[in-house]
Design a protein around this ligand. Structure first.
Ligand code: FES
Length: 104
């Protein structure tokens, strides 16, 4: 199962998704230096990513605490999510996202 990641500089990487892991953990395990300063506790917004609009409806809706924390992120878009709040499932095979510049 794959996750297709675009870096802020436009380069792309293909990651192997692990079911049950936070998407942030998968990004980190692939060697991408995402800051994720709170370690996935929804308390920092430094795991900010932009999800490809085609994939947004397939993700679980953001909880109020994620929406609150996204207020702390830079350049928030409609497609913004905190990657630690998205758990990878088989349904997300092929997920496409872009790392937000403030997350590196
Ligand atoms: S790692 Fe801190 S909010 Fe996601």
């Amino acid at each position: 199962m794959k996750i297709f990641v675009t870096m802020p500089d436009g380069s792309t990487k293909t990651l192997e998704g692990t079911v049950g892991w936070q998407v942030m953990e998968i990004i980190k395990a692939a060697g991408i230096p995402i800051r994720a300063e709170c370690g996935g506790a929804c308390a920092c917004a430094t795991c900010h990513v932009y999800v490809d609009p085609a994939w947004l409806p397939k993700l679980p809706k953001a909880k109020p605490e994620e929406i609150d924390m996204l207020d702390m992120a830079m350049v928030v878009k409609d497609s913004s999510r905190l990657s630690c709040q998205v758990i990878f499932t088989p349904e997300l095979d092929g997920l496409k996202l872009t790392i937000a510049p403030d997350s590196l």
